[in-house]
Write a protein that binds this ligand. Structure first.
Ligand code: GLU
Length: 303
């Protein structure tokens, strides 16, 4: 098993923008400095939210910004991997449904899963907490949303940027959905199943996902697996506090300005200024100077 394997896991809901580049740069820089492996996982588990062509655009942008896979030909990543010449090695979640079923089965065997027939509308007032309406109904697992039970108490981890993070998942969320009624898998299930299958040791991603991590810890515990080390980095927000995203009007990265984009992501991550003249020089500089203690935890606002 690799000492360090990191990943970048974009959802193909649109092209990469400056906000997503920040997470990509942070995860790549961390892998680079730890002589680690790094790969791209496309989180294409929600077809209605996907934008045609986005996966290719994302891969092209990564290549233009010098973010090439560093997977050293790792065996565990070979399944479902698509090799695109001149771009990076990627894993597609849409090809991994059988792995998610296996993971779900492990939880079913432990009697941790129950079927839920509540509509989103009927839960609207209590969300994000699920009041447990269907737990004792013993509904058939087919044709229903499937939720996992959560034991009481705090789930905690030491984030490399945010320090000790604790959450009472049962109180905050209660039993959460792993598979929707229409069969679509949840982010929590897929990301944990993949981190385990791909032997990911380090997760570096945006702090908008910080409060998802304790739910993922619930699954790691049930599956008796060691969670990766987590590092959440600040996300680029608009004046009103909303995360920069396609929905909030983020512009696609201009690949012809790759060096400027990288330097601006680097600066956003609180790192010392780079005077690199090329993308290649930039990454050489990064390898020597990435310092997670410089990453700001404040919710920075940027246009
Ligand atoms: N696909 C998720 C997103 O784009 C990120 C998943 C992750 O890094 O765990 O928000």
């Amino acid at each position: 098993m690799a000492n360090y394997r990191g990943r970048f896991a974009p959802s193909p809901t649109g092209p990469l923008h400056q906000g997503s580049l920040v997470a990509a740069v942070a995860s790549y820089a961390d892998a680079l400095c730890n002589t680690g492996e790094w790969y791209v996982r496309i989180d294409d588990i929600d077809p209605p939210r996907e934008q045609p062509g986005a996966t290719n655009e994302i891969l092209q942008a990564l290549t233009a910004h010098g973010l090439f896979a560093r997977d050293n030909g790792a065996d565990s990543l070979k399944d479902n991997r698509v090799n695109e010449p001149s771009t990076t090695a990627i894993v597609l979640q849409s090809l991994r449904s059988s792995g998610y079923s296996d993971t779900l089965q492990q939880l079913i065997k432990q009697n941790l899963i129950f079927a839920c027939q509540c509509s989103r509308k009927s839960l609207a007032e209590s969300l994000p907490h699920y009041p447990g309406v269907c737990i004792d109904k013993q509904l058939p697992l087919e044709d229903h949303a499937l939720r996992v039970q959560v034991k009481e108490g705090l789930f905690s981890f030491n984030d490399r940027v945010f320090g000790l993070v604790q959450q009472d998942v049962a109180k905050e969320f209660g039993p959460f959905v792993l598979q929707r009624r229409d069969g679509l898998w949840s982010y929590q299930l897929c990301t944990v199943a993949d981190e385990i299958a791909d032997q990911v040791t380090h997760v570096v991603r945006g702090e908008d996902l910080l409060d998802n991590t304790p739910r993922q810890l619930v699954l790691y515990e049930y599956l008796a697996q060691q969670p990766p080390v987590f590092c959440h980095v600040p996300v680029v927000r608009q004046e009103n506090g909303a995360k920069l995203s396609k929905q909030t009007g983020a512009m696609a990265l201009d690949n012809s300005r790759a060096l400027e984009n990288l330097k601006s992501a680097w600066c956003f991550l609180g790192q010392i200024e780079s005077r690199a003249a090329t993308v290649e020089e930039f990454w050489q500089f990064v390898e020597k100077s990435w310092d997670t203690t410089r990453i700001p935890t404040g919710r920075a606002v940027t246009n």
